[in-house]
Design a protein around this ligand. Structure first.
Ligand code: SF4
Length: 358
């Protein structure tokens, strides 16, 4: 299992969506009725909705309007843990639901679509990852938040993209050598930033890997005034041209803080909803995914994030099923590696922001 399987899985979702239409074809009236129904159900079920920046705009708006939140994966989990609600509804992908469950084992965590996963998670199965770690017993194991609960449990540290460089630099200063998983582009970026001795797992995000360096260069020539915002899961030729490299939350801050009027953005285009809300008068352009080596599924939107829709969100709230379960022993071990990052961030009086995602 590895990148080939992760790509096949993404392709299967892509073709299924093309055949059956995952993007919800809803009229304005249907959308309004579903939004009302979801708000009512959230109240009746004593549930809170937390959504990722890459989900559909309707879901992001609903989360905020109903007292939930829209954020990156770790903030989603932390927010859910702080709420009085009995049930946390996670609109995102599976590892996000698992992280919420790990940090809040006493609460019920449900998701609109349990099959919504992530190529980084698929491409890093726990048994193969454990064997890889066993080959490098002298290395400190640092994993990205976009991993299964089992992989987190095997790691010494879990990090998000916003704090990864700081954590690895800290470990390097202590003389530690690093084993990094699963995203090779993010790992390579951290290695170049810190100069740390790192061995990398061979994983990638199927969305970010599609951004193309040469075509980006061309787009930058057409828009010389634009600032380029890049998520570090992108390939090196794209990162090398960035004005800002950062997590989803850091990229949103750049939109707010930079005076530029135009931005070229290399991350999932779901984030444009929030960027336009923050800066309605600014212009946002997708970094190119077409061009040399582009494939039929080259687009800047995650096929698994797209599985979250108003219909299945209403459905899961009606039925109260699709529970996320994490083995308690695994959860306890994963809490240790997540806890190291949170303590580190607290000590440095920093906020821990931005997985993936993600
Ligand atoms: S966009 Fe995020 S959730 Fe989707 S495959 Fe990439 S890292 Fe995973």
């Amino acid at each position: 299992m590895g990148m080939v399987e992760a790509r096949r899985a993404a392709e299967a979702v892509h073709f299924r969506d093309e055949a059956f239409g995952s993007a919800e074809a809803l009229s304005q009236d249907e959308r309004a009725a579903l939004r009302q129904r979801i708000q009512r159900l959230l109240r009746e079920r004593n549930a809170v909705l937390v959504a990722h920046y890459y989900t559909d705009g309707d879901i992001q708006e609903l989360a905020e309007a109903s007292g939930g939140m829209v954020s990156d994966s770790l903030e989603m989990a932390r927010f859910g843990a702080e709420q009085d609600a009995e049930t946390i509804v996670v609109a995102g992908v599976r590892f996000m639901g698992e992280t919420a469950k790990i940090l809040t084992p006493e609460k019920r965590v449900i998701m609109p679509e349990l099959e919504a996963t992530c190529s980084l998670d698929i491409g890093c199965p726990a048994d193969e990852f454990t064997a890889f770690c066993d080959q490098h017993p002298d290395r400190t194991v640092v994993v990205y938040a976009n991993t299964s609960a089992e992989v987190k449990a095997r790691a010494h540290w879990v990090v998000t993209s916003s704090i990864a460089v700081d954590v690895v630099r800290h470990l390097q200063e202590r003389g530690e050598k690093i084993l990094w998983a699963p995203d090779k582009h993010l790992g390579d970026y951290i290695r170049r930033e810190t100069g740390a001795d790192m061995v990398l797992w061979d994983g990638a995000c199927v969305v970010h890997e599609e951004f193309k360096g040469r075509e980006l260069e061309q787009l930058m020539r057409e828009h010389p005034e634009a600032k380029v915002l890049v998520h570090p899961e992108s390939p090196r030729p794209v990162i090398d041209q960035a004005d800002v490299v950062g997590s989803t939350t850091q990229l949103l801050r750049a939109v707010e803080n930079l005076s530029a009027q135009t931005f070229i953005v290399a991350t999932d285009n779901g984030i444009f909803h929030k960027m336009r809300a923050i800066a309605p008068n600014k212009t946002f352009l997708e970094a190119p995914t077409a061009g040399k080596s582009a494939t039929c599924r080259s687009c800047a939107h995650c096929p698994w994030m797209a599985m979250n829709g108003l219909r299945n969100l209403a459905g899961v709230l009606e039925r109260l099923d699709n529970d996320i379960h994490v083995d308690p022993v695994v959860a306890e071990q994963a809490r240790v590696s997540l806890g190291r990052m949170m303590d580190f961030a607290r000590e440095r009086q920093r906020e821990v922001l931005g997985a993936g995602d993600a």
